[in-house]
Ligand binder design. Structure first.
Ligand code: SF4
Length: 480
């Protein structure tokens, strides 16, 4: 395994996401709609947020590091007058957490201003960037997303939808993109469909979102998903669909969206997230039964699976941990120090619930093992008689190159230890992971629909050019 492939995607015991997209065309007070849609998807990234709007003649934008409600004041929203626009919440999967990396990215090309917002990770960004730099192009950010701006500006690719489609066809890896110009909004998904992107209708216009929870929040009706390899364009003439790539025989939708990333009230890839996690928990109870007094979740992402485990096993469900919702999801805090403090602050155990009990604790995943180790210790200190850990996905043994933050493979506990060794490390009485078969059992034709590379190393696309999160940053630092 090369140095590059030894890099992977998580810190702490939780995966790092990623980004959220929201766009709208032909709706009144578009900035208010974008604000609400981004706010509903804040869980997908808290490092930065931005929006670009158009009134048909000019583009206005506002973006900054931070969370949606800190960045957009009522006055800012009022100034962003228009009827269409796109927005983005960011966790940096490529490029450091610096202000110029906050999206949407805006650039003036020969055919006018363009704005783009990206969710995913481009596996050929470094080589495309090098090619453009060698021919004199200057990059403003250290994100992989900026290569699309350069493709759009390239004379080879001019002429609207056709040229956007040809530019998208140059990209490899995972991407859901929203693009806009003065008079249109476009949405595109990579041919393998790694990241979700859906279309809704609202008051005679259209909206686009990473997750359906955002559609519901703005009062939009779900219309359909943007298909893998499809480019959708909305103008005053309506919605048109183009293909920029043939759909390969298998898709690679990220199964981890269903395990962990997405909000339980979203439907992702056509499946309700809460119900899917319930089924994971039920299957987990069948695969790893245990005699116990209560089932407790690691809130919030373990709740649905714990409910399923309880239902299938007949063991009563209870809340042994209480989350402080004002701390936020630790994994999307960029600084390690903040993250460490957040982990300590985030959950508190309730001795009144666990004392003297045989406890099953259900979580969505284990990354390094340090956080679950601490939580097992908390449960024992609080008087739990036995602690049985159940995980609603298989062991994570391989890096992700498709939109999840990178750490090193050596930090992934399951890359170097078997289940019994992990059990001993975290100090549990027993440990059980959902099998890969169990993960896919809920879906018809699951193996052909989903990426599971972080579990089995079967990458659905070439990752040989893949770079780490800060490699483009390093490249820029050398140039400075
Ligand atoms: S490797 Fe595949 S399944 Fe795992 S997180 Fe990345 S995209 Fe999702």
């Amino acid at each position: 395994m090369s140095d590059m492939t030894r890099r992977c995607w998580m810190d702490g015991d939780e995966p790092h996401e990623e980004c959220g997209l929201f766009g709208a065309f032909g709706v009144p007070s578009v900035a208010e709609i974008l604000y609400t849609g981004l706010f509903a998807q804040q869980h997908r990234g808290q490092e930065g947020a931005g929006m670009v709007v158009s009134d048909g003649t000019r583009l206005r934008y506002h973006k900054n590091p931070g969370r949606v409600h800190d960045i957009f004041s009522p006055e800012t929203i009022r100034r962003l007058a228009g009827s269409h626009g796109i927005g983005h919440v960011r966790y940096s999967t490529t490029g450091a957490s610096r202000p110029q990396n906050v999206q949407p990215l805006v650039a003036e090309c020969v055919d006018g201003l363009w704005a783009i917002a990206h969710n995913g990770n481009l596996t050929n960004a470094a080589s495309l960037r090098r090619t453009y730099q060698q021919s004199g192009s200057i990059f403003q950010t250290t994100t992989d997303s900026e290569v699309l701006i350069h493709l759009l500006a390239d004379p080879h690719y001019r002429n609207r939808c056709q040229h956007v489609g040809r530019a998208l066809a140059e990209l490899r890896g995972a991407f859901s993109f929203l693009l806009m110009s003065r008079d249109c909004v476009m949405a595109a998904r990579d041919p393998l469909g790694f990241r979700p992107l859906v279309i809704g209708t609202l008051e005679g216009g259209y909206v686009f979102a990473s997750e359906t929870c955002a559609l519901r929040q703005v009062g939009a009706n779900f219309m359909r998903a943007v298909e893998p390899g499809e480019l959708v364009q909305v103008t005053s003439r309506g919605l048109a669909s183009y293909r920029f790539a043939e759909v390969p025989p298998r898709c690679a939708q990220c199964v981890f969206e269903l395990v962990y990333f997405a909000r339980p009230d979203s439907n992702v890839f056509g499946y309700n997230v809460h119900q899917t996690r319930m089924q994971y928990g039920m299957r987990l109870a069948q695969e790893h039964p245990v005699q116990a007094d209560i089932v407790i979740p690691i809130p919030d992402s373990g709740v649905s699976a714990a409910l399923g485990f309880s239902r299938a096993s007949g063991i009563p469900f209870d809340m042994g941990f209480i989350r402080n919702h004002y701390v936020g999801r630790t994994f999307i805090m960029p600084e390690q120090a903040t993250r460490a403090r957040g982990v300590d602050m985030k959950l508190s155990v309730m001795p009144e619930v666990v004392q003297g009990k045989r406890v099953v604790v259900v979580d969505d995943s284990i990354v390094r093992g340090n956080t679950v180790q601490r939580r097992v210790a908390f449960l024992r200190e609080a008087g739990a008689r036995e602690v049985h850990v159940r995980i609603s996905c298989p062991p994570i043994r391989h890096p992700c190159f498709f939109g999840i933050d990178f750490a090193t493979t050596s930090e992934l506990i399951a890359a170097t230890r078997d289940v019994e060794q992990i059990r001993a490390y975290i100090g549990a009485d027993s440990l059980g992971y959902l099998s890969e078969e169990g993960l896919l059992a809920s879906f018809a034709d699951g193996p052909r629909k989903f990426c599971k590379a972080c579990f089995n190393g079967d990458y659905p696309t070439d990752v040989s050019q893949m770079r780490g999160k800060l490699d483009l940053e390093d490249q820029q630092a050398e140039e400075e």
